[in-house]
Ligand binder design. Structure first.
Ligand code: CNA
Length: 252
C-alpha cells in the first residue's frame, strides 16, 4: 500500500466537513458479494445468457424463472456482513464529517453498518413489490422463497408477480433519489469515489456534479476518471479505510 497516498487522503479528510461517498459493487466484494466486472466478477462467469441480459426488464418479464435462478444464486447472497469500508463510512457520518452515501449497490450493507443517509440510485434487494397490487415483501420473505426454490414468487394476497425493488437494465432511475444525489455531490467539499468501474450510466455521470478540489478515487482497477482525480488509489477499499482516523480515532 502506498502510505504517501494514504497520508494525502487522511489530510483531505481532516480538512473536510461535508464529505460525500459515491460507490459501487467493489465496496461489497470484501463482504463476499461478487461485483460485475472484476476477473472473478459475474460478467466473467458462464451462464446460458449474459448477465446484462438476465438483469434486464425484458428478460424479467419474459423468462422470470431464469431471472430468479440467477438472482437467488448470485445477488441474494446469504449471511453477508458489512466490511471495514462500510463501517468506516458509517463512523464518518456519526462523527459529522460525511453527509451522504450515494451507492449503486443494492445489498443494504451501508445501512446494516449504521449509515443513515444512504441514497440507493439502483434500488434495493431489501424491498420487493407485487406488480399488481403493490404489496411489499421483505428480504426474509424472498430468502424463504429462495430456500423453497420458488422461481416465480407470487403475491400472497393477489397472486401477482413479485419484483425486487431494483433498477434493471432498460428501467429508469428514481428522479427524487437522483436529484438528492446531485444536490449532495454538488455541495460536497470532498468526494470519495470507490469500488466502481464508472461505466454504468447515468449513475457514473453523477461524479461530474462535484465542483471541489478533493476528488479521490479508490478502486482496484483503473477507471476513465483516474486522470481527473486529485488522488487515485489502486487498492482494496476496506484495507484503505482501515488505515484512516478521524479526530485522532481509528475509523475501524
Ligand atoms: P462493477 O462494474 O462490477 O465495478 C466494480 C469495480 O470495483 C471494479 O472496477 C473493480 O476493480 C473494483 N473493485 C472490486 N473489489 C474492490 C475492492 N475490494 N476495493 C476496491 N475496488 C474494488 O460495478 P459498478 O458498481 O461500477 O457497476 C454498477 C452496477 C453493479 C450497479 O448497477 C450495481 O447494482 C451492480 N452490482 C451491485 C452489487 C451489490 O449490491 N453488492 C453486486 C454486483 C453488482
Amino acid at each position: 500500500m502506498d502510505m504517501n497516498k494514504i497520508a494525502a487522503l487522511q489530510k483531505m479528510i481532516d480538512e473536510s466537513a461535508r464529505i460525500v461517498f459515491f460507490g459501487g459493487a467493489g465496496v461489497s466484494t470484501e463482504s463476499g458479494i461478487p461485483d460485475f466486472r472484476s476477473v472473478d466478477g459475474l460478467y466473467n462467469q458462464k451462464y446460458d445468457y449474459p448477465p446484462e441480459q438476465i438483469l434486464s426488464h425484458t428478460f424479467f418479464m419474459r423468462k422470470r424463472s431464469e431471472f430468479y435462478r440467477f438472482y437467488y444464486d448470485k445477488i441474494l447472497v446469504d449471511g453477508v456482513e458489512p466490511n471495514a469500508a462500510h463501517k468506516a463510512l458509517a463512523k464518518l457520518e456519526q462523527m459529522g464529517k460525511l453527509t451522504a452515501i450515494v451507492t449503486q449497490n443494492i445489498d443494504g450493507l451501508h445501512q446494516k453498518a449504521g449509515s443513515k443517509n444512504v441514497l440507493e440510485v439502483h434500488g434495493t434487494t431489501l424491498n420487493n413489490i407485487c406488480m399488481s397490487c403493490g404489496k411489499t415483501f421483505d428480504i426474509d420473505y424472498m430468502m424463504d422463497q429462495k430456500a423453497k426454490k420458488i422461481f416465480e414468487p407470487a403475491c400472497d394476497s393477489c397472486g401477482g408477480v413479485i419484483k425486487p425493488d431494483v433498477v434493471l437494465y432498460e428501467e429508469g432511475l428514481d428522479q427524487d433519489i437522483l436529484s438528492e444525489a446531485v444536490r449532495q455531490i454538488a455541495s460536497a467539499d470532498m468526494l470519495i469515489v470507490g469500488g466502481t468501474s464508472l461505466v454504468v450510466y447515468p449513475a457514473a455521470g453523477l461524479v461530474d456534479y462535484y465542483n471541489g478540489n478533493k476528488l479521490v478515487l479508490i478502486n482496484k482497477s483503473q477507471t476513465a476518471m483516474d486522470s481527473k482525480a486529485d488522488l487515485a488509489i489502486s487498492d482494496s477499499i476496506g484495507e484503505v479505510f482501515s488505515q484512516l482516523t478521524c479526530n485522532g480515532e481509528r475509523l475501524v
